[in-house]
Design a protein around this ligand. Structure first.
Ligand SMILES: NC(=O)c1ccc[n+]([C@@H]2O[C@H](COP(=O)([O-])OP(=O)(O)OC[C@H]3O[C@@H](n4cnc5c(N)ncnc54)[C@H](O)[C@@H]3O)[C@@H](O)[C@H]2O)c1
Length: 441
């Protein structure tokens, strides 16, 4: 099918869409296109997830405005269904790929899911289909990994028998639908015509600008924007450590720095987690491995950020010298406020350190079933509480009750969520990351 025919099918909504990987990214994307009158099929390898979706439920917990309702609506209308069977993709006109793309222990891209998805797709791919990789990948992956698999396995030629592009997602848990609709996008095409068609396709769901580019540019833009964030957070964390050493308050320092034009200092914190920020800088850095480009800043920023849970542990042992036999409460296990996403959670590293020091750990997180429950109950007989995630529930935590039930009333706040005066008035001691001013505020 020539691109002009595919364009017509997209314009009149008769194009059949498929989404591979129904996680944080793929599921809302599939639901949004279904809402725009496309027939959409989603494929995942997890039968339980597929069943849940086909029963009209969202498998994503946490505050995700509008998502559960949208899934229920598009499943009920018959516009969207999920499957584990790739055969259902044999008449798809457009296929979006949204599988996970982690890095391994040596920070090298681990493409098991991506390779497997592309291989399975290639075995059923029909001629004339547009394949779009939405997953975040190391620059060069579309040309060097995805393209050869399809050409070889499907026996088809790119730009003749099928079309290939990438459109990296910019979403964030907690704002999935909002970000999908309102954030601008970059589409990379194998040719300008493919990119232009992709821009039209995404323009159906994206209310912001859709910029066209080639594959490598779109790949670099995505990994660079998350690397930028990681480096900026590392800078904020380094300033936080400097403030602690000098008896200052980084939160006040940050507020004042931001008054200088163009100095948008980001938030320091107890650690960076999630599927993206901890690995996307490595995807960018590993794209030039073996080429003589010295990548120095990116690994150092990663190191600074990944050491923040260790720093939280140090703040804890500064208060409680011997943790052996003590009981420590960790507040928040998700990496992000009001989300259930615990991938690469900074709390995991902190919990390991506390456990190794011989203490008992109690974890509370309102969005993770395993750790949910009454926070005051969990705080009983604890020697300290370490706040790792800025869940909104913790803003209104009953501080007086907390003081009553804790063995020693110490809170270590890694997110600047709690008000020092309120905490102190309730009779608790507050240790705040990046702040040794001890309340000269
Ligand atoms: N989570 C985010 O906030 C976010 C934001 C922007 C970009 N991204 C990128 O989007 C991609 C997906 O991330 P995610 O958070 O949605 O991951 P996820 O783990 O939530 O979802 C991936 C899904 O793909 C499925 N899957 C794996 N292999 C498969 C296969 N061979 N066939 C079919 N399904 C398969 C998994 O079972 C899972 O449900 C990643 O590249 C990530 O870097 C994520």
């Amino acid at each position: 099918m020539p691109l002009s025919d595919l364009r017509e099918k997209i314009e009149n909504r008769s194009a059949k869409l498929a989404v591979i990987g129904l996680g944080y990214v793929g599921l809302p994307v599939a639901a949004l296109f279904a809402k725009k009158s496309f027939q959409v099929v989603g494929v995942d390898v997890k039968q339980g997830r597929v069943d849940l979706i086909n029963n009209g439920f969202s498998p994503i917990e946490g505050k995700e405005p509008g998502l559960a309702e949208l899934i229920s609506e598009v499943v009920a209308s018959g516009a969207f269904h999920a499957t584990i069977d790739y055969e259902e993709l044999n008449d798809a006109d457009v296929v979006l790929i949204d599988v996970e793309t982690p890095v391994n222990a040596d920070h090298i891209p681990e493409y098991q899911a991506l390779r497997s998805a592309v291989k399975s797709l290639s075995s059923v791919l029909k001629k004339g289909t547009l394949v779009v990789v939405e997953s975040t990948v190391m620059p060069g992956t579309i040309r060097n990994v995805v393209l050869p698999i399809i050409e070889e396995e499907a026996g088809m030629a790119c730009n003749k028998d099928f079309y290939l592009g990438n459109c990296p997602e910019r979403v964030m848990p907690g704002k999935l639908l909002h970000n999908l609709r309102t954030m601008s996008r970059v589409v990379g095409g194998g040719t300008q015509e493919t990119a232009a068609l992709m821009a039209d396709l995404y323009g159906i769901v994206v209310e912001a600008e859709v910029d066209t580019a080639d594959w490598i540019t779109a790949e670099i833009v995505k990994t660079a924007e998350n690397t930028y964030r990681d480096v900026q957070i590392a800078f904020a964390n380094e300033v936080a450590l400097i403030c602690e050493a000098l008896g200052a308050d980084v939160w006040r320092v940050r507020e004042l720095v931001r008054k200088s034009p163009g100095r948008e200092m980001l938030l320091p914190g107890a650690g960076v987690g999630g599927h993206c920020i901890p690995k996307d800088p490595w995807l960018l850095a590993s794209s030039v491995q073996g080429i003589s480009v010295p990548v120095r800043l990116i690994p150092i920023a990663r190191e600074i950020n990944s050491e923040m849970p260790n720093h939280m542990f140090n703040l804890l042992i500064n208060q409680i010298k011997d943790l052996n036999g003590k009981r420590i409460l960790i507040l928040g296990y998700a990496y992000l406020s009001d989300s259930d996403d615990a991938r690469n959670s900074p709390s995991e590293g902190l919990a390991r350190l506390i456990k190794n020091a011989g203490a008992n750990i109690v974890i509370h997180d309102p969005f993770i079933k395993e750790y949910s429950g009454d926070v005051i109950e969990k705080a009983k007989n604890c020697n300290a509480a370490v706040l790792m995630t800025a869940h909104s529930e913790y803003v209104s935590i009953d501080l007086k009750k907390l003081k009553q039930v804790m063995e020693t009333p110490i809170i270590i706040d890694g997110r600047n969520l709690l008000n020092r005066k309120q905490v102190n008035d309730a009779g608790l001691e507050l240790i705040r990351l990046g702040d040794t001013s001890r309340g000269n505020e």
